[in-house]
Design a protein around this ligand. Sequence first.
Ligand code: GUN
Ligand code: ZN
Length: 440
Amino acid sequence: MTETVLRGRLLTFHRAPRNGEDAGAYTFIEDGALLIRDGLIARRGEYGEIARLAPEATVTDHRPMLLMAGFIDTHIHFPQIQVIASWGAQLLDWLNTYTFPEETRFADPDHAARMARAFFDQLIAHGTTTATAFCSVHPASVEAYFAEAERRGMAMLGGKVLMDRNAPDGLRDTPQSAYDDTSALIAKWHGRGRARYVISPRFAITSTPEQMEMAGTLARENPDCPIQTHLSENKDEIAYTASLYPQARDYLDVYEQYGLVRANTLLGHAIHLLPREIEALAASGAHPVFCPTSNLFLGSGLFDHEGLAGRGILSGIATDVGGGTSYSMLETLSEGYKILQLNGQALHPLQAFDWATRANAAVLGMEDRIGTLDEGTAADIVVLDACATPAMALRMERARSLAEELFVLQVMGDDRAIAEVYVAGRAAKRATAGAGPRLL
Ligand code: GUN
Ligand code: ZN
């Protein structure tokens, strides 16, 4: 049994901070330590106490850096790793012009495997230890994704997108093949190691009613599998959806009619919601997912976080690469802050860091396993350096509180602020640093 100790300034959340003064929402230990055993956090405490408990353990001293739970990205597209930063279009044109052609390439297992290595390198470089991804329509993309996750010991969620219309040749399945392929992938991957399969009808526009019916059957047969899709991201998308499903009361109703809206459903974007949709979301326990960099980049609109939270709805926050423009959850929180500013909503840094860790874990129903530094949970940890760049170090000279330090990380940080990442207790960033060019 190998035991290791990580020493540093520990920050972990117990619930969403109500405001910047809500000290009961988190634990901060200035000279803290985590005792890691078998990939789990066995003990958390003051360094002196942990050192007495495990005098033989190897100690890695990260002071004065912050140790937090690894970031969780609740909405990202694995096959868009080479779509990110594609110019000049809003959602539907962007999909047709850039995204769909690129996703056709993931039919090739070699391409998918090479991209998976690069994708996971990027997640780790940016401090993300768990993500929920849309793979392409091809089972080969899912195989590559989960095989790479397994190789790295990462808790990853994902699934093949279901799409049988309004997409080019080579990127459509059928209701039956969608059912067969998804069922086989669930049997192989769901619950294997740290993998979780997510039933993934892409969105209403790319699925026929027959396929939506099949998605509903898959959802019924696999209640433990989360469901992910897209909802009310863009005005043209909403109008087109209404024309394709004229009997639906609104966009959400399309998914409701097929049994796809439940407590473990993730709905990307959810920007332009009607009052009835908000009520139905609240009643279902489903989770909207805020994708700030994507919403700005594609000109989609401004997410109403407080409006939804006020109805008791728990939202996730995510990058949505490649509509999103960064793998960094720090940059995502920064852009999220700016969007909420435009809505007159002030996101406190304590709330922001809780969102990217514990709250996103709660959105995935995994708060007992990831998202905190609690004993018994996985040792998926990020080490944050608020002085990572000269500009950050200058600003930090004037920082007087933990909240100010967090806000510097949020507003100025990116992958350079991620000093190290631990996956199930093993250092993962140093191991892959500089590997990008070799893999490509
Ligand atoms: N809606 C359906 N597919 C997608 C996608 O790939 N990206 C975004 N941002 N929205 C979508
Ligand atoms: Zn998306």
